[in-house]
Design a protein around this ligand. Structure first.
Ligand code: FE2
Length: 308
């Protein structure tokens, strides 16, 4: 794209050149997006009369964000990851497509390659004195028929709200498992009841949230990828009902259809059948998958992930 320099203001000329609009090289879509971003940024600088000190504070903040690897956490905290879900929902609704279990954000703390087993897994290593949790459910299609061979990839925080790998004090793949459903579409795991996550208090995400007068907490939740051949990949989470942050999630992931009611089990016989042998919490959640119509829909979106 070429631009006539005689018809441009000094700022327009600067932005056209800096975003490569005068060049035959580069990527046209990327150039157009950069041009819009830079124009919006300059407009913001002008509107708020941003000082040099404020500008360099912001530039340094980007360095801090990168050093602490918190850019994806900030994207969730600013609601941008949720905005992607809103757009995906809108597109499905506009196209009149069937919707199964609603999607919600992946967040930045997934680790690929968790141990895989059939129908059942124990997720915790027994090192924490947390409340045992029996989490189970069924994967079905829109007609309610069981989906056999679905992979239910589950990850959640420990009793301090920390995730293994990112919290090096936990064992490898602690509270991360993949379970393949049987012919009945069912999955079950034994784990411990997760606690809510909070942003690292000394990190750049929390620093920014403080300036907005916002907290960086999430309600107790469990993440899922649910996938099966012939079905659209599902990225979702369940939130545990009763948590103080249920409707005040800093990452905007809570959805009405994704709230699970924890049930206290005191029945000795049931506890014995589950090999738990003590009172525990039961959480039940079923998933409905939608048949895929296009190539690629069976797979999760590409993004940088640990071990992937
Ligand atoms: Fe999480």
């Amino acid at each position: 794209m070429s631009v006539n320099p005689a018809k441009q203001t000094e700022l327009e000329s600067l932005l056209a050149i800096s975003s490569g609009l005068n060049s035959e090289q580069g990527n046209e879509r990327f150039k157009a997006i950069m041009h819009q971003l830079l124009s919006d940024l300059c407009q913001t600088i002008r509107k708020f009369d941003i000082t040099d000190e404020e500008f360099w504070l912001a530039v340094n903040y980007l360095n801090e964000l990168g050093e602490r690897k918190e850019a994806a956490l900030l994207a969730a905290g600013l609601g941008l990851e949720h905005y992607l879900d809103m757009r995906a929902d809108e597109k499905e609704a506009a196209a009149g497509l069937d919707v199964g279990t609603p999607r919600t954000i992946e967040g930045p703390l997934y680790v690929a390659g968790a141990p895989l087993s059939k129908q059942f897994a124990r997720m915790d290593d027994g090192s924490e004195a947390g409340e045992p949790m029996w989490l189970y459910g069924q994967v079905t299609d829109l007609q309610g028929q069981p989906v056999a061979g679905a992979i239910v990839d589950i990850w959640h925080a420990n009793t301090l709200g920390g995730y293994s790998f990112f919290d090096q004090s936990q064992s490898e793949y602690h509270l991360r498992r993949r379970v393949e459903t049987g012919a009945d579409g069912r999955y079950a795991v034994r784990s411990i009841v997760p606690y809510g996550y909070g942003c690292p208090p000394d990190g750049p995400t929390q620093k920014l949230l403080n300036q907005l007068g916002r907290h960086g907490n999430r309600p107790a939740h469990v993440h899922f990828f649910v996938s099966a051949p012939g079905y659209k990949h599902l990225t979702t989470q369940i939130n545990l009902n009763g948590d103080a942050y249920l409707w005040d999630d800093f990452a905007f992931a809570t959805r009405e259809e994704l709230i699970a009611d924890p049930v206290k089990i005191t029945d000795d016989k049931l506890a014995k059948e589950r090999d738990i042998h003590q009172p525990h919490t039961e959480v039940s959640f079923n998933f409905t998958l939608v048949e895929s119509a296009q190539a690629g829909e069976e797979n999760r979106i590409k993004r940088a992930r640990v071990m992937e």
